[in-house]
Design a binder for this molecule. Structure first.
Ligand code: PLP
Length: 454
């Protein structure tokens, strides 16, 4: 169908350049080349203002899990806007959609998650995690527990606290200082870093860095450890199976809260409802966003294990909140989304059908590519490492081509010009398609990815 556009593409580009600072964008380059104007989306496809049909290999930004343009979600938002769009609804009062949502979340999250705090994004979710962690240890009479340990190359958002928790050096460089008492250990990225060690032994060593850091700081000063069960924005880095059980053991031994950032991994991306279930560990706090509403409207949430919730509740006033905490429209959309994911069998299909098909097809298509090293992932998420030659464990890294671009960025831009959305991090190409993708669409996606890499 023809896209609905009110202005010419050229006009849109002029106005776009005149008025916007785009997130995570080089504005000079973007303004010279002109932004692509995306006007419509349906299922796994996007259309631009010139009528090009683009396959969305990233589900937007890892979030449009039920696919684009679902009537169920649009109708839920419409109905809720007419019923109760907003009031000071959640500060000391409540409302039906958010109650339905929490009852559903208590069912789809693992046992012990019965309390939820709502916000608008993953970044705000991780800010909230910090507040809960500090409050928890105050209530427990251990105010010296202040340090939060995170990992290099982790991504936890772009607010000051989110970026401080994150391990992206380029984000820290823009800040005069990080939030105090946040320290990082190495990420468990074996490929190119593991030397002679097996992935299992390497991951175990990385996990034990946590113990060394706790001993260095003193367990009485360490409040929490936070990590993405698999690192998403960092390149889809999957630790070996030895990693998380060891992290969990160390956190329990030294009485440290274990926080899982499930902003990307939550709501079925790995085929499990939450990616920490895939890795087999039990966090105390759970950050959620993106897939909670399939990105249709902004919403984030933090899940608290019962013992954490009890400590916060017994202390009286919790001095944290956002105007739109538990927003009725976002909550109504999240309920419709979770029902689709569960009753519509969409998460189940990632586990039993489309996830395995995607992994098998992708790996088969890239098996003889001389430019592909590591392929990581499960379910509907994958990271593909670009190498200089087969077996090149160092990869192309952040090596620059003669024209000044990074290898992943060049590949990503080439994909987009050829109507395929992939993301890039250094030398890794990333895929995370909507869960409703069909077998034929997987074939198309993977075929385009192979041609782009070639
Ligand atoms: N945590 C993780 C693991 C993420 O991947 C992201 C965003 O990509 C965030 C937090 C931040 O979420 P938001 O961009 O909604 O603030």
């Amino acid at each position: 169908a023809a896209p609905r556009v009110a202005r010419s593409t050229a006009e849109y580009r002029v106005l776009d350049a005149a008025h916007h600072l785009h997130p995570f964008s080089d504005m000079g380059t973007l303004n010279r080349t002109g932004s692509r104007v995306i006007t419509r989306a349906e299922g796994v496809y996007l259309w631009d203002s010139e009528g090009h049909k683009i396959i969305d290999g990233m589900a937007g930004l890892w979030c449009v899990n039920v696919g684009h343009a679902r009537k169920e979600l649009a109708e839920a938002a419409y109905r809720q806007m007419l019923e109760l769009p907003f009031y000071n609804t959640f500060f000391k009062t409540t409302h039906p959609p958010v109650i339905e949502l929490s009852a559903l979340l208590a069912e789809v999250t693992p046992p012990g998650f019965n309390h939820f705090f709502y916000c608008n994004s993953g970044s705000e979710g991780n800010d909230t995690v910090l507040r809960i962690v500090y409050q928890y240890w105050l209530v427990k009479g251990q105010p010296s527990k202040k340090y939060v340990i995170s990992r290099t190359n982790g991504y936890h958002g772009s607010t000051i606290a989110g970026a401080s928790l994150g391990g992206m050096g380029y984000m820290h460089e823009q800040m005069p200082s990080k939030v105090e008492h946040i320290v990082h250990i190495d990420q468990p990225y074996w490929y190119g870093n593991g030397g002679d060690l097996s992935p299992e032994a390497f991951s175990l060593n990385c996990a034990r860095q946590l113990e060394a850091k706790i001993l260095e700081l003193g367990a009485e000063n360490v409040a929490a450890f936070i990590g993405e069960p698999f690192q998403g924005a960092g390149g889809v880095i999957f630790p070996a199976s030895t990693y998380w059980p060891e992290i969990e053991r160390i956190c329990r031994k030294y009485d440290i809260l274990l926080c899982a950032d499930e902003v990307i991994g939550g709501f079925g991306r790995t085929g499990e409802w939450f990616s920490h279930e895939y890795f087999g560990f039990q966090p105390d706090l759970l950050t959620m966003a993106k897939g909670l509403t399939s990105g249709y409207v902004p919403m984030g949430a933090v899940g608290l294990q019962d013992h954490v919730a009890a400590a916060i509740i017994e202390n009286g006033e919790f001095n944290h909140g956002l105007t739109y905490s538990g927003h009725p429209v976002a909550a109504a959309v999240a309920v419709a989304n979770l029902r689709l994911l569960r009753e519509g069998g969409i998460v189940e299909r990632v586990k039993t059908d489309i996830g395995p098909y995607f992994q098998k097809t992708l790996r088969a298509a890239l098996a003889d590519s001389p430019l592909v090293g590591d392929i990581a992932g499960t379910g509907l998420v994958a990271g593909i490492q670009l190498a200089q030659y087969k077996g090149d464990a160092q990869g192309l890294g952040r090596q620059r081509f003669a024209n000044g671009g990074e290898v992943g960025t060049i590949c990503r831009d080439f994909c987009f010009e050829n109507d395929l959305v992939m993301r890039a991090t250094g030398d890794r190409m990333l895929l995370s398609p909507p869960f409703v993708i069909t077998h034929e669409e997987v074939d198309e996606l993977v075929g385009k990815a192979r041609r782009a890499i070639d």
